[in-house]
Design a protein around this ligand. Structure first.
Ligand SMILES: Nc1nc2c(ncn2[C@@H]2O[C@H](COP(=O)(O)OP(=O)(O)OP(=O)(O)O)[C@@H](O)[C@H]2O)c(=O)[nH]1
Ligand SMILES: [Mg+2]
Length: 468
């Protein structure tokens, strides 16, 4: 860390037993520390290393020994010399056998030599403070680790490459340009006609500052599917086979299935991946008019969950005609995106096309048998297609997705820009406009870490795992 030159170490691999466990050391004394513990031979008399012996980025085979010369483990060791390392400092990684006792022992040997145990995210924090990566890239490192789906990890990877930073910098550059125009207007008011100048600045802001800010904010809204998973809810009247489908999609008997209508009383929620998309799947109580107080609460919850869903699997029973109850569920769904699932295709009298109500003819629909597990793979495809189609717009425009912290700063920046626009339209003096523009610039600076406070950094990095 700049001005904070101590040595830190941590176990960088997850706890438990495994093939390899890695200990990571970063700091000015990483090489001397490595040399003091490591030798290329098991014989303590031979092949000791001096700090200068290590060639950067070369893997060494050898042994970690205690001060008394006892071998702790046979390891591979690599040094990455400053600045060509993750933290920009001298870094040493020791690949040992992964057992909790071995790794702890090596860590203890380091602690005994004055090394401090790293805080969560401290390696990445150093990479940021030493100027190797900006804040959006540091945050993306964590997103990659946490990503539960292929799309989420793709988005995080784009951010690690610095794409969000580039977009923010483009907007900042535009704002800086505009800011210098307003400065000119303040210093040399007579140079250009005030009206012409105001018009030009307004045009710049409206065309080149507001739209990209709004696009990034919109992408945040659209992308909650990637962050939290798509909220997929199965809805329908009682006994159509909702819980049976839940079990099929989960590939396990999670929900109780019985021939008795009203079996599911409360919502059941599970996470799963469908074609790489992370999904929060909810099975709900069958919606119908009921006097049973318990069922009534369940049905109320079903209605709420339908409103919160991103996509509804609206289920009917093709074995019997569409009823008033089906229509009631359909109207509860309102204008939410849905896939109409016609279940029980195995029944003898199933699937008469004539039964399709006119108003439903245009709905994306699929006929399945949850009982016999027929059509469920096609349904998985259809769900994935529907999700990808609706998010295709943003995908084409790039995969970076702001997180909540970015979103809040983007919003503040946009508000400041809009205040500036309003001010100009009301012919306020450029001195005041300039203050709003500076605010807008500062909020954008917060995103990439130019103007960020210590407590914000603490909050960001405390969410990391130790060793990253
Ligand atoms: N023939 C046939 N029966 C099915 C099919 N899917 C479900 N069932 C049967 O329909 C009955 C109701 O199934 P559930 O999955 O409990 O239905 P549900 O919609 O969850 O019902 P509630 O929880 O009461 O709202 C059970 O007897 C299931 O075995 C199917 O595809 N074909
Ligand atoms: Mg059920």
């Amino acid at each position: 860390m700049l001005g904070d030159k101590d040595n830190i170490a941590a176990i960088a691999t997850p706890p438990g037993k495994g093939g390899i466990g890695i200990i990571r050391i970063s700091g000015p004394d990483a090489l001397p520390l490595a040399a003091s513990l490591f030798s290329k031979s098991a014989d303590p008399e031979k092949k000791g290393m001096k700090p200068g012996d290590f060639i950067s980025h070369r893997m060494y085979h050898g042994y970690i020994r205690t001060a008394g010369g006892r071998v702790v483990d046979e390891v591979l060791l690599v040094c990455m010399k400053s600045p060509r390392s993750y933290t920009c400092e001298d870094v040493v990684e020791i690949q040992a056998h992964s057992g909790p006792a071995v790794l702890r022992k090596i860590l203890e040997l380091l602690m005994a030599k004055g090394v401090r145990l790293a805080e969560p995210g401290e390696f990445t924090r150093r990479a940021f403070l030493n100027g190797r990566i900006d804040l959006t890239r540091a945050e993306a490192v964590m997103d990659i680790i946490e990503a539960g789906s292929a799309d989420a990890s793709e988005a995080a990877a784009a951010q690690v490459r610095g794409e969000l930073k580039q977009q923010i910098e483009m907007i900042r550059e535009k704002l800086l340009q505009i800011q210098s125009e307003t400065a000119a207007a303040i210093d040399f008011p007579e140079d250009t006609g005030e009206e012409i100048r105001t018009e030009r600045i307004l045009k710049e802001i409206k065309e080149h500052v507001c739209p990209p800010l709004e696009t990034l904010l919109q992408r945040y809204e659209d992308a909650h599917v990637l962050r939290e998973g798509l909220r997929l809810t199965i809805a329908g009247k009682p006994n159509v086979g909702k819980s049976s489908l839940m079990n099929r999609l989960l590939r396990k008997e999670r929900a109780i299935v019985t021939p008795v209508p009203g079996t599911t009383r409360d919502m059941i929620e599970e996470n799963l991946l469908i074609r790489g998309i992370s999904i929060v799947l909810t099975d709900t109580a069958g919606v119908h008019d009921s006097d049973d107080p318990v069922e009534k609460i369940g049905i109320e919850r079903s209605r709420e969950r339908i409103q919160q869903a991103d996509l509804i699997l609206f289920m009917t029973d093709t074995g019997s005609p569409v009823t008033k109850e089906d229509h009631a569920v359909f109207s509860a769904i309102g204008s939410k995106p849905l896939i109409w699932i016609r279940n029980k295709s195995d029944l003898k009298n199933a699937g008469a096309e004539a039964e399709i109500p006119k108003a439903w003819a245009h709905l994306p629909r699929i006929t399945i048998s949850a009982l016999q597990n027929r059509g469920t793979d096609k349904l998985r495809d259809l769900i994935a297609e529907t999700v990808l189609r609706s998010s295709g717009k943003e995908k084409a425009a790039g995969t970076v997705i702001p997180n909540l912290r970015h979103k809040q700063a983007l919003e503040k920046s946009l508000t400041a820009v809009k205040t500036a626009v309003e001010g100009m339209e009301n012919e306020l003096p450029f001195e005041l406009i300039s203050i709003d523009l500076q605010d807008a610039l500062d909020f954008l600076g917060e995103i990439i870490g130019l103007t960020v406070k210590e407590d914000v950094l603490d909050r960001i990095f405390s969410n990391f795992c130790i060793g990253k």
